[in-house]
Design a protein around this ligand. Structure first.
Ligand SMILES: Nc1ncnc2c1ncn2[C@@H]1O[C@H](COP(=O)(O)OP(=O)(O)OP(=O)(O)O)[C@@H](O)[C@H]1O
Ligand SMILES: [Mg+2]
Length: 277
C-alpha cells in the first residue's frame, strides 16, 4: 500500500482510512496488539493504547520497562513482531521507507539529550529536516520558516550559534523547534526532563505544555517523571510487564486505587497538591 493510498488522497482505488476521518476522530494514534522481542527477551507483548488528538498524552514506566523500545516502534525505526499502529487511521506497520515519508513529515521527535548535531549551527540543525520533508521551500523561505519557528520558542537569537554555545534550556528549545519546523501534527518527546535539575525540568514542562497549546499539536511524552506527568498530562498510560497495565485521564490515574499505580505514585515521593502548570 502506498502512503498516498493510505492517506486516502483520492487515487483510483484509494484505501479509505479505517473508521472516521482524521478531522472527527478524537484518536490520533491507535496501537493494537503491538509486540517486540529481541531473541527470547520479550519486551512488549500485546500493547494497546490510544493517543488523543491535541492532548498531552504520557506513557509512563519504570526504567528498562520498554518505553524507548515502544517509541522506536511508533517511529518505525525498527520492525515490530506483531500489531497495528494506526496514525490518522492508517496502519503504518506494513509501509516501506518511501511510503512512510509523508507520515514522518507529520511527526516531530524531541530525542532525549536534545540530540543536536554539534558541528552544525542552530540554523543548519533546523534546515536538515526541512530539506528532507519540505524540498519545495528554498532560499529566503527556508530562513524565514526557521527564524519564525525559533521566534515562537523565544530562541531566535541563537540562530547562528553552535549547540555547544547554548545553555541546557536553550538546547531544549532548539530541539523542540527542530521537531516543529516541518509543521507536524504529532510531537513525540523521549524523557524530556531526564538529567535536568528540578528548576530546569519544571521550566521544560511549562514549555512543552505551552507548545502543545500554541502549535495545536498532539503531544506524546515518554516519561518516568511523576511530577511532570502530574503538572502537564491529560492522559496517562502506564507500562507494566510489557503491556499497558493502566490507562486513564490524568485525574483518574492519580486517584486510582489500583495497587501498581498506587505503588508507582507513592514511590515517586512527590506530594500532589495544586497543579504547578
Ligand atoms: N536493540 C536491542 N537489543 C536487545 N535488547 C534491547 C534492545 N533495545 C532494548 N533492549 C532491551 O529492552 C528492554 C527495554 O529497554 P528500553 O530502552 O525500552 O527501556 P526504557 O523503559 O526506555 O528504560 P529507561 O527508562 O532506562 O530509558 C531492556 O531490557 C533493554 O535491554
Ligand atoms: Mg528509555
Amino acid at each position: 500500500m502506498s502512503a498516498r493510498q493510505c492517506a486516502g488522497e483520492g487515487l483510483p482505488g484509494a484505501v479509505e482510512p479505517v473508521g472516521r476521518s482524521a478531522a472527527e476522530d478524537p484518536v490520533h494514534v491507535r496501537v493494537r496488539g503491538l509486540s517486540k522481542s529481541y531473541g527470547d527477551h520479550v519486551v512488549l507483548k500485546d500493547v494497546n493504547f490510544d493517543v488523543y488528538r491535541n492532548a498531552m498524552n504520557v506513557i509512563l514506566g519504570s526504567s528498562g520497562c520498554g518505553k524507548t523500545v515502544l517509541l522506536r516502534q511508533l517511529l518505525r525505526l525498527e520492525r515490530s513482531d506483531a500489531g497495528r499502529i494506526e496514525v490518522d487511521g492508517c496502519d503504518i506497520v506494513p509501509l516501506d521507507d518511501l511510503a512512510l515519508l509523508p507520515i514522518r513529515k507529520r511527526m516531530g521527535v524531541v530525542f532525549q539529550d536534545s540530540a543536536l548535531l554539534d558541528s552544525m549551527s542552530v540554523f543548519e540543525n533546523l534546515a536538515l529536516p526541512l530539506r528532507e520533508h519540505s524540498p519545495e521551500l528554498r532560499g529566503d523561505a527556508v530562513r524565514r520558516r526557521i527564524v519564525d519557528t525559533l521566534e515562537r520558542l523565544d530562541v531566535d537569537h541563537a540562530v547562528d550559534k553552535l549547540p555547544a554555545e547554548l545553555s541546557g534550556g536553550m538546547r531544549k528549545r532548539v530541539a523542540i523547534a527542530r521537531a516543529l519546523v516541518t509543521a507536524p501534527t504529532l510531537l513525540i518527546y523521549d524523557e524530556p526532563t531526564r538529567g535536568l535539575d528540578p528548576l530546569l525540568a519544571r521550566s521544560v514542562d511549562k514549555l512543552i505544555a505551552t507548545t502543545n497549546e500554541r502549535f495545536h499539536v498532539t503531544s506524546l511524552m515518554i516519561s518516568h517523571d511523576l511530577k511532570s506527568v502530574y503538572d502537564i498530562a491529560d492522559y496517562v498510560s502506564l507500562i507494566r510487564d510489557g503491556r499497558i497495565g493502566f490507562s486513564a485521564p490524568r485525574d483518574a490515574f492519580f486517584a486510582s486505587s489500583d495497587p501498581y499505580v498506587r505503588a508507582f505514585v507513592d514511590a515517586s515521593g512527590v506530594r500532589f497538591g495544586a497543579r504547578g502548570r
